[in-house]
Design a protein around this ligand. Structure first.
Ligand SMILES: Cc1cc2nc3c(=O)[nH]c(=O)nc-3n(C[C@H](O)[C@H](O)[C@H](O)COP(=O)(O)O)c2cc1C
Length: 383
């Protein structure tokens, strides 16, 4: 195993358990939770794990090669880092840690519009390889300015988010009165005092803010004000008319994130998107939604030759990545897994988590006797 691998944490579940101990409850619950009763959150993973793969032992087999091409670029493995908002709340410099690690390991890192690192800093850390996720601004001027900045930062892929027409109903965050900076209620102060390394690091790095949005945002918003500001500034309600100017202006690859219905994928093709990320926001928006994996094989079958089909929501291991690729995805992404890594291990968290997932994924390929990632669907068992 590589030097940067900490053998005390050989699984995402180990990192999650450590993260829970190391950061305040309000930050952990913001990261860990789904919406309403967490039904969608839980079926995302359990449905992926229903997929079984068939090994082919009696072949002239050499060795698995996890490298994967996407949008003309070769990555070291078929997984990347999903956009996550407010990352600095979970661990102070986590977007920097993850962007750097993604660049060093040659996997994609997607920067959220509402995280605590700017487009410009992400570009600097990844030498222009960071993707950018856009919440569609209501004002054309704000949208055009953000697009200009993403282009100047040489961002190769713009990811337009479509699954937040409204704020998710998240009981834990409601109870915690989540705010940025965290509101210092007696309960929250008590939680912070119990997590000294989080508190010291937060002091060292300063209060996390929405770096990309600094030119357009008032300071010190609590959850309620944040919701209002987001509603006023961004419109999650997308349609052809709102998407057209983005497609016309953006010269790089354009990806739609958050779709799960075949009809939406068909529209995305008509609107000129280059890819879709099948996603339900990790179960944080619609508790009654289906799991992403249950939509994947049909969508990949119908549209896989017209548009790049990627998927996130629920993956937590190398076998999960292999199952998803075998079910028809061209690429996968994960959100919480990497954040558990940085919350648990700080500066070493990105490196460790990527190394671990790549090691697990390659082991599955080797065990299946599958040399190339694009051959994984040959091992999919139809039930
Ligand atoms: C704490 C948290 C914040 C998120 N913030 C964003 C965001 O700002 N933009 C976005 O496109 N998706 C966001 N997502 C969704 C992720 O990009 C991704 O779709 C999801 O985490 C995938 O599910 P997984 O966590 O099970 O891997 C967020 C997810 C989490 C857990």
């Amino acid at each position: 195993m590589a030097n940067n691998f900490n053998s005390q944490y050989p699984s995402i579940e180990d990192l999650r358990a450590k993260a829970k101990k190391r950061i305040p409850d309000f930050a952990f619950e913001y990261l860990d939770g789904g919406c309403n009763e967490d039904v969608n959150l839980n079926i995302n993973t359990s449905d992926i794990r229903k997929i079984q793969l068939e090994p082919r032992y009696l072949q002239n087999y050499k060795e698995a090669d996890p490298t994967t091409k996407l949008f003309g670029k070769e990555y070291s493995a078929p997984f990347g880092i999903s956009p996550v908002g407010l990352q600095g709340l979970m661990w102070p410099n986590s977007p920097e840690i993850l962007a750097k690690a993604a660049f060093e390991h040659n996997i994609p890192f997607i920067l959220s519009t509402v995280t605590t690192m700017s487009i410009e800093r992400a570009s600097e850390l990844t030498q222009g390889n960071a993707w950018f996720q856009l919440y569609n601004p209501v004002e054309d001027e704000v949208r055009n300015d953000i697009l200009k900045r993403a282009e100047a930062a040489e961002c190769p892929v713009l990811v337009l988010l479509c699954d937040v027409p409204t704020f998710g109903y998240r009981p834990r965050d409601i109870r915690n009165g989540l705010a940025l900076p965290p509101k210092m209620s007696a309960k929250n102060i008590f939680q912070v005092l119990g997590k000294p390394s989080w508190a010291l690091n937060t002091l060292k790095h300063g209060v996390p803010t929405f770096e990309t949005l600094k030119p357009y945002t008032p300071e010190g918003l609590n959850l309620k004000q944040l919701g209002k500001f987001m509603d006023k500034t961004f419109s999650g309600k997308l349609n052809a008319e709102k998407i057209k100017p983005i497609r016309d202006k953006w010269k790089g690859k354009l990806v739609l994130k958050g779709v799960s219905a075949p009809r939406d994928v068909e529209d995305a093709i008509k609107m000129g998107f280059d890819g879709v990320i099948l996603s339900n926001h990790g179960g944080r928006q619609l508790d009654a939604a289906q799991s992403t994996i249950s939509t994947l094989p049909n969508i990949a079958n119908r549209y896989g030759d017209k548009i790049e089909i990627m998927m996130d929501s629920g993956l937590r291991s190398g076998p999960d990545i292999a199952r998803t690729m075998a079910a028809g995805a061209k690429f996968t992404f994960m959100g919480r897994s990497f954040m558990y890594g940085t919350a648990a291990l700080g500066n070493k968290g990105g490196d460790h988590t990527i190394t671990m997932l790549r090691t697990q994924f390659k082991q599955v390929m080797d065990q299946l006797c599958c040399e190339k990632v694009e051959e994984l669907p040959n091992h999919f068992i139809l039930n």
